[in-house]
Design a protein around this ligand. Structure first.
Ligand code: TYM
Length: 334
């Protein structure tokens, strides 16, 4: 390989406005990798169309997500930042890998099983083969590390299994990727239902804190967060799932351990704890939101320049891998 740095790939699909979960489970961790690794951070809009989107909303979300990536600390000078639909290699490798993925293994994907229930009215085959496209995203760049939240770990493992199967037939074509799941923040729960994931596409906007929420809205959501009647700030996910979730958020944002948080709020009750969580969250999200608002109102040209350059670099980086794949499979050289 011409580059000594290991590669990282990760992405978020613009199916909803980004949440605190997207930030703590993914973006926050991506920022710190940029010096040590060669990173590709993608807005995976091909993945977004497994649900029906209003076209203008999809476009707005993709641009907004790009702005948020940048103001959260992703640096286009260091990392390759782009939109998936601008690099057709993703779709090509996605098709190829589909022919090396088994229906049985796709059937076992937890997220697919959930979608069968949640999206019964539009159970298109994209929902079923979506993890194959995700495998293509990863394998297309000789990726070694994939920073994701807990819910995507199974898909990264599938990508690895597909790579092993392909390599078993053709030799060492793909690098084998590993998931990187943060110790704290990998599974942020809904504020209104602490047994469910905080999700971009939640029907209940009170359950999710969005990156673009105002400080007021954030405070209200945390004050109304579902807790319990025990009244002690203690990390006990089984009996106090709401408080455990708030402690996880507080810990992921401040870096303080659960022990330290228990000591800090000893004898202080939820009336003190909840606003304290809202405040640290507001402090961390405010510059991202304000920066993104600025980009969206005044920085359209710069955003365009960033995603164009990013796509060009991604295309260049994907070419050697895709050529390797085409050659070993037996396609006639172009
Ligand atoms: P997506 O768009 O659902 O989520 C993007 C990233 O955010 C993480 N995440 C969370 N982490 C903690 N708590 C939460 N409540 C929470 N909600 C979301 C997710 O784990 C993920 O890391 N299939 C992927 C997108 C994708 C991708 C890829 C990721 C497509 N191709 C290649 C990595 C590599 C998805 O739907 O993520």
């Amino acid at each position: 390989m011409e580059n000594a740095k290991k590669r990282i790939f990760s992405g978020i699909k613009p199916t909803g406005d980004l949440t605190l979960g997207s930030y703590l489970g993914a973006i926050k961790n991506w920022v710190g990798f940029q010096d040590e690794y060669e990173c590709l951070y993608c807005i995976v809009d091909l993945h977004a169309i497994t649900i029906r989107n209003d076209p203008e909303t999809l476009r707005r979300r993709a641009r907004e997500q790009l702005a948020q990536y940048i103001t959260a600390g992703l640096d286009p000078k260091k990392s390759v930042i782009y939109l998936q639909s601008h690099v057709s290699a993703h779709a090509e490798l996605g098709w190829i890998l589909g022919c090396y993925s088994m229906i049985g293994e796709l059937n076992r994907m937890t997220q697919y099983k959930e979608m069968q229930k949640k999206q019964a009215n539009n159970l298109n085959s994209g929902i079923f083969t979506y993890p194959v496209l995700m495998a293509a995203d990863i394998l297309l760049f000789d990726t070694e590390l994939v920073p994701v939240g807990e819910d995507q770990k199974q898909h990264v493992e599938l990508a690895r299994n597909i790579a092993v199967r392909f390599n078993g037939v053709y030799g060492d074509v793909f690098k084998l990727p590993e998931p990187f799941v943060p110790k704290v923040g990998a599974r942020i729960k809904s504020l209104t239902d602490p047994t469910a994931k905080m999700s971009k596409s939640d029907d209940d906007p009170q359950g999710s804190v969005y990156i673009m929420d105002s400080p007021d809205a954030i405070m209200k959501k945390f004050k109304r967060a579902k807790t319990d009647s025990l009244g002690v700030v203690r990390f006990d996910p089984e009996n106090q799932p709401g408080i455990a979730n708030l402690m996880t958020i507080y810990s992921a944002v401040t870096g303080r351990s659960y022990d330290e948080i228990e000591r800090e709020f000893d004898g202080k009750g939820y009336g003190v704890f909840k606003p304290a969580v809202a405040e640290v969250v507001t402090d961390v999200l405010r510059p991202i939101r304000e920066g993104a608002e600025h980009y969206l109102s005044d920085g359209a040209d710069e955003l365009e320049r960033i995603y164009r350059e990013g796509a060009e670099r991604a295309r260049d980086l994907s070419e050697p891998v895709l050529n390797r794949v085409r050659r070993v499979i037996g396609f006639v050289e172009r």
